[in-house]
Design a binder for this molecule. Structure first.
Ligand code: GLN
Length: 433
């Protein structure tokens, strides 16, 4: 006997309409993470694309995770605000940097990764039609967090280094404050700051942050400050938290991540630090989205922060990343290609405008309509055996051309792998014009 519904509803065979919010912000388009995911690349390709480590978190942290699994309570829901032990550890960690006695009951919120926390901030504060300012290039999910919540992204350039600079650094990517001011309208609700910056590696200076803060004050803007790479700032540069600037605590939410701090990107444990009037509505959103973050790994993240105070973990890790950065950058120096030496994060942008691909090289359909940087990235992964990410994905369609000059390499990998990649990269020489 055939099903009654099948007879009465001819429309059931038609595709069910996708919500319009997915059609904005390029959310339905195959993204860079999957085009350049391992499944699409040669099996022996060294992946310096997506930013994940090829090493484990420190043993004293994974031990804490295992212990948490052996306890009953930490296999079950934690409070939607996060486990108290983690909030206490975060209070210690951030309190001195922000010069505040943080209230664990209202000023700290643990989330399922920094992404979900930031999505929840958007859900809590962005009204349909509200404008949110992003510095371009931007970590691509920002765009969807804004559009999924009905907002409109407005882009302000981080201008690439001038051609005349022979050895640029991420510091040479600059903002023009007049452009920022001009982007602010009566609909502007929020500005997303990202320091250290993904993908540029820029560590915003205190003066830049003071200037952004002044505009936020003048126009009453919320500031979401994505600082997930805050423990990876090199060469004695200072990581300034915009929330620590005079008057800024009240309008800033600071974002952090266990994944970046402890080499555990799959744990999806992140947090937000901010005043009660920002975190309470955000908690209301977050609770309705995920209820709470996973409990055992919150326990492990707490142990990580507690122990890092005494075992100099962050100092050692910074040193290790400095060596990793050097291996990759030396490979680019040997090739004679320009790159922006990152002051922070674990990404390097390489200028690939001088890479000349063979004219008859064939590319997959997934690259149709994409920028030249997608083709260079694809060619490199398949010919040289090292993958990196095209940067036009981190731009609005309007400005994607600027990004086409660059591809992003992640150096959150062990020295052996990076040395191997550095050797392979020398084979690019014959394609440089
Ligand atoms: N933040 C990481 C990166 O930029 C990974 C992000 C992701 O896979 N969506 O590489």
């Amino acid at each position: 006997m055939s099903c009654a519904l099948e007879n009465t509803s001819p429309d059931r065979k038609k595709t069910i309409a996708v919500s319009s919010r997915l059609k904005e912000g390029r959310a339905l388009v195959e993204d860079v993470w999957s085009i350049f995911g391992a499944a699409n690349l040669p099996t022996d390709c060294i992946s310096l694309g997506q930013g994940y480590m090829n090493f484990a978190p420190p043993k004293w942290i994974t031990d804490a995770a295992k212990e948490a699994l052996d306890k009953i309570a930490t296999n079950h829901y934690s409070p939607p605000r996060g486990l108290l032990r983690l909030r206490e550890a975060l209070k210690q960690h951030y309190g001195s940097q922000l010069n505040r006695d943080l209230d664990v009951k209202s000023e700290i919120l643990v989330t399922s990764g920094a992404d979900q926390g930031q999505y929840s901030v958007c859900t809590a504060f962005v009204e349909p039609g509200d404008e949110v300012i992003l510095f371009e290039p931007f970590f691509d999910p920002y765009l969807r967090w804004v559009t999924f919540n009905g907002g409109k992204a407005v882009f302000v350039a981080l201008h690439p280094p001038a051609d005349t600079i022979e050895k640029p650094s991420s510091h040479d990517w600059t903002i023009d404050l007049e452009e920022l001011r001009a982007a602010i309208t009566p609909r502007t609700k929020m500005i997303i700051v990202n320091t250290p910056h993904n993908p540029v590696g820029k560590v915003f200076t205190k003066d830049e942050l003071i200037a952004i803060a002044a505009l936020a004050e003048q126009f009453n803007l919320l500031v979401m400050s994505d600082e997930v790479y805050d423990c990876l700032v090199f060469d004695g540069k200072e990581h300034v938290r915009i929330a620590s600037l005079p008057g800024m605590w009240d309008r800033t939410v600071t974002v952090g991540s266990a994944g970046k701090s402890f080499a555990a990107t799959g744990w999806r444990v992140g947090w937000l630090i901010g005043p009660k009037h920002i975190l309470q509505p955000t908690l209301s959103a977050s609770t309705r989205i995920v209820f709470c973050a996973n409990s055992p790994l919150q326990e492990a993240a707490a142990a990580g922060l507690e122990l890092a105070r005494t075992n100099l973990f962050f100092e050692t890790q910074r040193q290790e990343y400095t060596e990793r950065r050097a291996v990759l950058c030396e490979a680019f120096d040997r090739l004679g290609l320009k790159y922006s030496l990152p002051e922070g994060s674990y990404f390097v942008l390489l200028d690939v405008s001088r890479v000349q691909m063979p004219e008859n090289y064939s590319f997959p359909d997934s690259l149709i309509g994409r920028g030249r940087d997608f083709r260079v990235g694809w060619f490199m992964a398949n010919t040289i055996g090292v993958s990196a990410l095209p940067i036009s994905e981190f731009y609005s369609e309007e400005h994607a051309k600027i990004g086409e000059a660059f591809i992003r390499f992640a150096f959150c990998k062990d020295l052996d792998l990076l040395r191997n990649a550095a050797e392979r990269l020398q084979n690019l020489r014959k394609y440089i014009r």
